[in-house]
Ligand binder design. Sequence first.
Ligand code: F0G
Length: 389
Amino acid sequence: MRVECSDCGAVADPLGICRCGGLPEFVLEPLRLDPIGLRRLVRERRASYEPLFASGVWRWRELLPAIPADAIVSLAEGNVPLYASDAGARYAGVDRLAYLHLGMNPTGSFKDLGMTVAISAAKAGGARAVVCASTGNTASSMAAYAARAGLAAYAIVPHGRVSDAKLAQMQEYGAQLIEIDGSFDDAFASLHSVRDAAVVNSVNAYRIEGQKCAAFAILEARAWSVPDWVVLPGGNLGNISALAKGFREALALGLIDRLPRLALVRAERGIDTTASAIAVGNPQSRNRASRALEQFHGIELSVSDEAILDAKAHIGREGIGCEPASAASLAGVRALRQAQGDNAIAPDADVVAILTGHVLKDARGPAITALRGVYPERQSRGRDDKAYA
Ligand code: F0G
């Protein structure tokens, strides 16, 4: 597959930033398969006992950069549920809503879809070490896949702004933790301080290729019917770029005949949000995300921390749960339902909200919202106390 700069179109290196400052992106070549054949191939792979096809990313191998099978590092990522939610639909005020729960991936976030491709490419290319800047999930995912690949991993994280669970997780997988003063943006700016390591942030074009498979997962789970809206939280804006690429390719391949609208939900409080995963001030994929919003007739909006935590409590009470940043999706659907004109989600809309991280990724949820009475009171009793009512 050819690689081009996503800003100026010049030939590019998948791991390097273009001279114009743009990010590299793979360009899909025409396939020999028609859409019916491609759908059938992927369905057959899903049912096969071939270990590689236990991955919801590598089942789409023809649409990914060519990597020799023996270099592929997979943890059977990408097999995530699309949960229909009547309660979520009522909460947001729409007819139909489902959650694509990407928190149900091996390390508990959507990052695994991209990391399997980035780490496989690093291994195939003979890298010894990988590095990323992270609010926690990218680093946890990198740490796991690097460990599987036998590569050293360096995680640069903003001190005091990453959940304990994520810090524990990246150390469990053996990554070297580098905590810096400042925000995610400062961590990103110090990536160069780790030498001779491949950068696996979403500026790495391989990451986008894996993450685009989330679009295919939505479509496959819906028997190839396109939702009206796909709503997701945004931080560094790699994920919306990837999702848009997935839908564009599905359209180009004839798998679908129209595009959904996209809504990108950011935290009103910016780098001071309690949804620490999306506390990013200067997103690296700003340009391609803006282009995606244009192409998909999309909307970008910000929601308050209160709205995020209220939505998180709601998702928890459905028995699904997610980390704070993920709940920005549902908060966003609710806000757009109440918006006016072309910026509104209509009451009869069919919506997919993406949940990006698992509930156990950040266990402060009930602690920070308990005061507002969204969660039941906690009770503690000794063993001689009467049974619960
Ligand atoms: N949701 C969660 C749970 C995340 O961890 C992130 C990003 C996003 C949404 C936003 O995705 O950056 O592609 O726009 N987390 C990065 C990290 C910044 O370091 O783990 P994005």
